[in-house]
Write a protein that binds this ligand. Structure first.
Ligand code: AMP
Ligand code: ZN
Length: 120
């Protein structure tokens, strides 16, 4: 099966083991995805070196988005497995810029993976 993330052309950031590119259906402007260059389905299969490379691009991505879009906050998320909502089975870290007022009450953030449990 062909993998869309193994064939990404519009790379924004790159190092020896990872790429970052803009999400095609962004949650907010600036939504970045960070992936290992190697085709690996799930986060927990990554090597320590790949996790480090992804983390470096996460930090560089934050610097870039701070400059470009000046967001007020971020959500960082990884969907690990179908039950957790993963739809593209090449591991990717979502770096989602957040803006004041982008939703009515943002309290709970990533707890919103189960919407009715978001606010505690
Ligand atoms: P997930 O549900 O965590 O597997 O996330 C998959 C993400 O990939 C979603 O946020 C999609 O908007 C994004 N996406 C799907 N196809 C493409 C594509 N061709 N280029 C960039 N992002 C994509
Ligand atoms: Zn792939």
């Amino acid at each position: 099966m062909t993998c869309i993330f193994c064939n990404i052309k519009e790379v924004i950031l790159e190092n020896n083991l990872a790429f970052a590119f803009y999400d095609k259906f962004p949650v907010n402007k600036g939504h970045l995805l960070i992936i290992p260059k190697r085709h690996v389905e799930e986060y927990f299969e990554l090597t320590n070196e790949e996790r480090t490379a992804i983390d470096v691009l996460l930090m560089e991505g934050k610097t870039l988005l701070d400059k470009t879009y000046e967001p007020d906050g971020y959500n960082i998320g990884i969907n690990c497995g179908k039950a957790a909502g993963q739809t593209v089975f090449h591991v990717h870290v979502h770096l989602i810029p957040r803006y004041n007022g982008d939703m009515e009450d943002p309290r709970g953030g990533v707890r919103g993976v189960i919407p009715k449990k978001r606010i505690y």
